[in-house]
Structure formats: C-alpha cells, structure tokens
Design a protein around this ligand. Sequence first.
Ligand SMILES: [Zn+2]
Length: 254
Amino acid sequence: MEIASREIHRIADWLAASRSTVVLTGAGISTESGIPDFRSPGGVWSKYRTVYFDEFLASAESRYEYWRQKCEMHRDFADAQPNAGHNILARWESAGRIRGVVTQNIDGLHRLAGSKRVLELHGTALEAACLDCKSRYEIGPLVQQFLVENSVPACPACGGRLKHATISFGQTLPADVLMEATRWAREADLMLAIGSSLVVTPAADLPRAVVAHGARLVIINRDPTPLDSRAEVCLRGSIGEVLTAIDAAVAGRG
Ligand SMILES: [Zn+2]
C-alpha cells in the first residue's frame, strides 16, 4: 500500500472536492466477506445448470431446479457480513461524501452495512418477488418452506410464481433502476469503480458515461479492466485496505 500512497492522496483530494461522487461496485468488494465471484471460471455458477428466465416461466421442473440451486446458495452465503469496504461506503454516504452506490451484487451487503441509496442493478437475493402480482417477501422463510416441503413456494397473496428478486439470465434489468443509475453517472464529477471487471453491460456503460462527459474515473480492482486506460487512477490490491487508506487520507483533511 505504501507504493500507492501518492494515488491514495490524489483520490482523497478528489473525493473531498467532489460535488457528486458515485460508487459502482462488483463482486470484488464482497469476496472479502467470503462470497465468491459467481461468474468467475470455476466459480459457484459453473457447478449449476443455468436456468434461463424463459425456462423458469415455461416449466414447473425448471422452477424447482431454480429454487433448489438458490436454496443451496442461500445456505452457503446467508450468514455473510459486510466488510470494511461496505462499512466505509455506508459511512461516506451518511457523511455526504458520496451520492450513493450502484451495485452489480445481489448479496444485499451494502444495505446491511447501512447504505441507504443503493441501486441494485441485478436485484437482491434477500427477497423474493411474485412475477404475477409483484408482491415482495423476505427470502428466509420461503427457503425454509422449500426445504421442508420440497416444493416451490407459491405467492401467499395470489398463488402466483415466486422467484428471487434477482435478474436471471435472459431477464431484462429493471428500467427504473438502470435509468436512475445512468442519471447518477451523467451527473457525477467522480466515479469510483470498485471490484468490478467492467465487462458486463449495462453496468460497464456507467463508467463510460462518466468519462464521456469529462468526469474522473478511479478503478480499484484486483485484475485489469477494459477501461483502465480511460481511468485517472487504477489501484490493485485488497479493496478493504485501499478504501481504509483513502478513508484515513480523507479524514486527515478534516
Ligand atoms: Zn403474487
């Protein structure tokens, strides 16, 4: 971290002077909470057969397979807790340092850490949503119901099809959330892109929009991204450690 201290202080300067900073987060911020990057090769998803959204709609067998997989993941990751990175971002929001967080993650850890303005591009695994009447439910009791009855729970309100409130392959992103995220990106003078490979669109379009209007982009990620050459600063290494260092540098400015 010593090597990057000049960059840390530049970022702290920008953050302190910024009128509108938007943070974009991806899987990398949650790996330090023990949640694997589901999309990475050899990751959790590679052991499951992908249930596409149209299959989910089309057959009860696919809905069962979907719920079986989700309940298994729930068992493995439901106890994950926010880490230093999530906590610092929540604190920055309440201190007015950042406008909010746009996240590709479905783990709900930003909200658990206390962030209020969170745009979850891919939804949240902490809730289920009814595809028919749009009612939303806490996921825990439904997972229990699936495990006890070994059948897909129906919507308590209308008997309709319940699915995790996450975006499946083949399912479109919520237009209102995406529109709001795009507005934040267009109005930002600084974006911190943290733990995202910046490969998956439309999330990857947000930092592009930021640099397109001449605002600053900072990338903090373990691996190189396609947008590194467009960023003012790229930092590698532990996200928790990098954010802790920036936080200390900002606090030093009073
Ligand atoms: Zn319903």
